[in-house]
Design a binder for this molecule. Structure first.
Ligand code: NAD
Ligand code: DAU
Length: 356
């Protein structure tokens, strides 16, 4: 099993990254340092890590406000901290935004990943005791019909600017391994949910709109299918791959937990009603079918048997329990919600979606 002294987490102020940093500091067997490298875009929020900063700041936790496209700044991080691992999460991550403005996705996801890889190649030349782990998505595989699952051998078929940019970054990661021998691992995961998720993604949008009595916007016929995984289970899988995965390999990560959007919403309505005391039928009456997302992928489902078989990983949390924890978290954290919605995000939402 690999151990690391200094892990650079890119995108550590985002949803999965901030959960990953919490997860690692809670692991009794992790005694290294974490450098959170994040540009703090609209999606990055240091408040998600206030407890970590207080407990470990300056000793085992360091924040660096850095754009991954800025080569000089990334080189400075390598010089200053001499990391032996990178867990690369920084990205533009929202499909709807990629449709409205693809350029930022190409810049960060493609050029940013290239910049990180190229700096790592220079700094780690000839070393085999280091690792570049790339966190990617199942969306690179395209859309499924009614049956079957994505495996690691499924051909890439990205269909949105977001997934095309992630596919491109995956290929660059593999290319740096094959061409330059950079030690890499890669993981492609399905839809995450849990605490600290930015309220532009389905589950937090729906929870917050229910709490505020706003319409619940269901795209198209509501029958698109996603495979949901609790964020901590994603992070335990990422760490399993980083510490035990075979170098050069890709591992699929998934919940084995497929839900039609409309069925998921129905379940969420029940939980929000139970946890908040709101009336179920009043919440149901908020469901509003809206214009579909252009090019909306119909179904994603992950076959994660390679990860289970080779590395012994498994999901730990049932969907009911995970969703309930998530609902509770949003109910218990109004200050976090107010803050993330008060800045650039609100302006962007209003510009593109009106008051919805
Ligand atoms: P997020 O949008 O919540 O967070 C992204 C973070 O990256 C933010 O903190 C942001 O400030 C930072 N960032 C953006 N551009 C940057 C730049 N140029 N330089 C430095 N930092 C920058 O995203 P997330 O949902 O936490 O996703 C994290 C990663 O996981 C992404 O690579 C995404 O593609 C992948 N992923 C996400 C999911 C999911 O369901 N959310 C599933 C599979 C894979
Ligand atoms: O599959 C992994 C991917 O999951 C990640 O790579 C992405 O970063 C992440 O954003 C997520 O992408 P999706 O497009 O699947 O997630 P989103 O939450 O945007 O949408 C989930 C489903 O819900 C999708 O079918 C669109 C639908 N939807 C979404 C929103 C925001 C709605 O019906 N209404 C909404 O308001």
């Amino acid at each position: 099993m690999r151990t690391f002294k200094t892990v650079v987490v890119t995108g550590g102020a985002g949803f999965i990254g901030s959960n990953l940093i919490h997860y690692l500091f809670e692991r009794p067997d992790f005694d290294g340092r974490i450098v959170n490298l994040d540009a703090l875009t609209y999606a990055g929020n240091l408040e998600s890590l206030a407890d970590i900063q207080q407990k470990h700041g300056g000793s085992r936790y360091f924040f660096e406000k850095v754009d991954i496209c800025d080569r000089n700044a990334v080189e400075r991080i390598f010089d200053a901290y001499c990391p032996d691992a990178i867990c690369h999460l920084a990205a533009e991550s929202h499909v709807d935004r990629s449709i409205l403005g693809p350029e930022a996705f190409i810049r960060t996801n493609v050029m940013g990943t290239f910049t990180l890889l190229d700096v790592a190649r220079g700094a780690w030349s000839g070393r085999t005791d280091v690792l570049f782990h790339h966190v990617s998505t199942d969306e690179v595989f395209g859309s499924l019909g009614e049956t079957g699952c994505f495996t690691e051998l499924t051909p890439y078929d990205p269909r949105s600017p977001y997934s095309a940019s992630k596919a491109s970054s995956d290929h660059l990661v593999q290319a740096y391994h094959h061409t330059y021998g950079l030690p890499i691992t890669l993981s492609n995961c399905s839809n995450n949910y849990g605490p600290y998720q930015f309220p532009e993604k389905l589950i937090p949008v729906m929870i917050l709109n229910m709490l505020e009595g706003k319409p619940l916007p269901v795209y198209g016929d509501g029958k698109n299918i996603r495979d949901w995984l609790y964020v901590e289970d994603h992070n335990s899988a990422v760490w399993t791959v980083m510490t035990s995965g075979r170098v050069g390999q890709t591992y699929n990560i998934g919940g084995e937990n497929e839900w039609e959007n409309i069925r998921l919403l129905d379940c969420l309505i029940g939980l929000v009603a139970e946890e908040s005391g709101k009336d179920v039928s009043a919440l149901r009456s908020l469901i509003t079918y809206v214009k579909d997302r252009p090019g909306h992928d119909r179904r994603y489902a992950i076959d994660c048997s390679k990860l289970k078989r080779e590395l012994g990983w498994k999901q730990s949390l049932g969907f009911d329990e995970g969703l309930r924890r998530t609902v509770r978290w949003y109910l218990d954290n109004p200050a976090w919600i107010a803050r993330v919605r008060s800045g650039e995000y609100r302006t962007w939402m209003e510009r593109n979606y009106g008051s919805r």
